[in-house]
Each structure stands twice: as structure tokens, then as C-alpha cells.
Design a protein around this ligand. Structure first.
Ligand SMILES: *Cc1c(COP(=O)(O)O)cnc(C)c1O
Length: 339
């Protein structure tokens, strides 16, 4: 719909930088050839970027496909369990089901945060994989270094822990660890990153995993050959060359995140502190009505029925202003209705 503002999928609104578009166009001229199956050039770039060995990096068709590969390599049927917090990323239960494993959930705490003690208690002899989404989609909350290290120390070494850091570039709290710094001591840890959010390539589908070489080898064994296409490989490498520009936009988003949250709090909404490029409104049974109200004002947000609404913070202040205006109106109308 023309004029619609899409704040439902946590993308950055700005298109890819010119250098990235040029790299995509250039790669398209070789579209008759198969891509590099080993994704060597991009793997090398990522390994250098994170100061790890090339053998510690696997690239996938989006980080969601790497989530699936991790479950696939460790689960063979319903007796094998995948543990994640709830509410967390919607893809975890879907891919668990696709692989045929059993999903187990540990509820978030009262502050919409991962309850790592509850998750530790939920690990059983059947647990094969644990997902920790940090910061958590959709609530935006993040776990700190000390509690995460305590959790990792408590999980048996044969259980794979996936630390999904899709929103790492938006984290500003110094207490939130960079998962890459935990890898050396943790052979069962997989850190996931994506080019879909800060790197503005959601439509091209590139994500990557960093872990110990043995684990990466196992991840790659269950990958579909040629899953990362040539345009995606070229675009991701060019995005790394454009990093300063991309990260500058992330800083704009972070500033807007503070402004949006402040204005929502002033309007009477509850909004947990977010370390991602989105905010969470835990409005319970109003979620669907709120999303419908926003859509009527041409702002598309993501409702989770009965639970809350996730709203992307745009890098364009005018997008956020349109959302804030709609949110205030909802409050106003709700006030009228309940008076
Ligand atoms: C957006 C997002 C991803 C990215 O998935 P891709 O497949 O790389 O696009 C991964 N994890 C979480 C929690 C996300 O919100």
C-alpha cells in the first residue's frame, strides 16, 4: 500500500549503500555460473573481522537456516529436545518442528528478560540445543556477561548453546557481552550473526555462525549445497567494506530508540529497555486491536495476539513520529472508552 510505513520486521529503512548495490550488479553479470560453494572469500573476510580461524565460520542462507542446521546436526527425532525462552524468536519453534525435534520453553521473567536460572533448570538429559536470543526478539531485553557465563558453565558440554546475536550492532549496554569473546572457553557455543538487520540485506539472505572448528564442520555437513547465492556473497562482502556507513545508521537508530521509548513512557505505555532496533509494548489482549489501529494510520507493526506488540525503530525519524502519533491516539481513544 503506498504511503504505508513498515515497522513490522526490524529492517533498516535505508536501502543498501551504493557500493553494495554496485557489487550486486557486478555479481549479476556472472549469474550464469554457480556460486562459490565454500563461500571462501566471505568466510575469510568474516574470520579476519572477528579474529578467528576461517574454519570457525559457516555462512548460511540467512541465520535462520543456520539455526535449522544446528538442530538438524544434533536432533534425530521427537526424543531430542530444543530449549528456548518464550516469548522469543518465532523461528525457533517453527524450525524445531520442521526437523521433527521437540520444543521446550522456559518463560521469560517478570521484566520480559531471559530467566537463565529457569533455563538451567529446564535442561534435561534430552536437551540437545538451547537458544539464547540476545538481545531478545521481540522484547528487546538483553542478558549480561556474568549471568550468561554462569549459564554457559552450568550447561553440560554435550548440549549446543546457540547465542543469536542478530541485533548485536544496536547494543549499547556495556554489560552485554559480545558472544565472540566467549567462544575460546566454550567449545559448545555457536554465535549467530546476520546481514539482515544492521547490514541492510534482509532480501538477499546471508547469515553466519562462528564456533569451534569441529562444530562448524558439523554445521556445514547438513547444509544445502550452493545455498548462499552469488549476489548474496558479493553483497555481504561489500557491506563489510561499507561498515562505517552502516554502523553510523545504527547509531541513528539507537538515538531514535531512546526518543521513541521516552515518548511512549510519557504516554503511559510500559516499554522494557531495548538493546535492539525495536521496542516491545506488553499490552496483552489489546495487541491485535493496537496493530489494527496503527494499520488504519498506515503504520504496520507486529502484534503477538494476547501478549504484546513489537515495533521497529526506524532510521527515519518521520516514520517513528507517525507511529508515535498513532500510539498516542490509541491511548486517547482507550482512555475515552474506559472512562
Ligand atoms: C531477524 C532475526 C534473525 C535474522 O534471520 P535471517 O535469516 O538472517 O534473516 C535471526 N534471529 C533473530 C532473533 C532475528 O530477529
Amino acid at each position: 500500500m503506498p504511503g504505508t510505513i513498515k515497522l513490522a520486521s526490524n529492517e533498516v529503512a535505508a536501502p543498501p549503500p551504493a557500493r553494495v548495490l554496485a557489487a550486486i550488479a557486478e555479481a549479476a553479470t556472472g549469474g550464469n555460473r554457480y556460486p562459490d560453494m565454500a563461500v571462501s572469500a566471505l568466510r575469510e573476510r568474516l574470520a579476519a573481522r572477528h579474529e578467528v580461524a576461517d574454519e570457525q565460520v559457516a555462512v548460511g542462507c540467512g541465520s535462520v537456516s543456520l539455526c535449522q542446521q544446528v538442530i538438524q546436526l544434533s536432533c534425530s527425532g521427537p526424543a531430542d529436545e530444543v530449549l528456548y525462552a518464550w516469548r522469543s524468536f518465532e523461528a525457533y519453534p517453527i524450525i524445531t518442528h520442521v526437523v521433527g525435534a521437540t520444543g521446550r520453553v522456559a518463560p521469560l521473567d517478570g521484566e520480559h528478560r531471559h530467566d537463565l536460572d529457569a533455563m538451567t533448570r529446564a535442561v534435561t538429559g534430552r536437551t540437545r540445543v538451547v537458544f539464547i536470543c540476545n538481545p531478545n526478539n521481540p522484547t528487546g531485553t538483553a542478558v549480561g556477561r556474568t549471568e550468561l557465563k554462569r549459564f554457559l558453565a552450568a550447561v553440560p558440554p554435550e548440549v549446543i548453546v546457540v547465542l543469536d546475536e542478530a541485533y548485536r550492532e544496536f547494543v549499547t549496554d556495556p554489560g552485554v557481552p559480545d558472544g565472540m569473546t566467549l567462544l575460546a572457553e566454550q567449545p559448545n557455543l555457536v554465535v549467530l550473526r546476520t546481514f539482515s538487520k544492521a547490514y541492510r540485506l534482509a532480501g538477499l539472505r546471508v547469515g553466519y555462525a562462528v564456533a569451534a572448528p569441529a562444530l562448524i564442520e558439523a554445521v556445514q555437513k547438513v547444509g544445502v549445497p550452493f545455498a548462499v547465492n552469488a549476489l548474496a556473497q558479493a553483497a555481504a562482502a561489500a557491506a563489510l567494506d561499507s561498515e562505517s556507513e552502516l554502523l553510523a545508521t545504527c547509531r541513528t537508530v539507537v538515538a531514535e530508540r531512546g526518543r521513541v521509548r521516552g515518548e511512549l513512557l510519557a504516554s503511559g505505555f510500559t516499554v522494557p529497555d531495548s538493546q535492539g532496533n525495536f521496542v516491545w509494548l506488553p499490552i496483552g489482549r489489546d495487541a491485535t486491536a493496537f496493530a489494527g489501529h496503527c494499520a488504519a494510520h498506515k503504520v504496520i507493526v507486529r502484534p503477538f495476539a494476547g501478549d504484546g506488540v513489537r515495533v521497529t525503530v526506524s532510521d527515519r525519524p518521520e516514520d517513528n513520529d507517525a507511529f508515535l502519533a498513532a500510539a498516542r491516539l490509541f491511548r486517547g481513544e482507550e482512555g475515552v472508552l474506559t472512562r
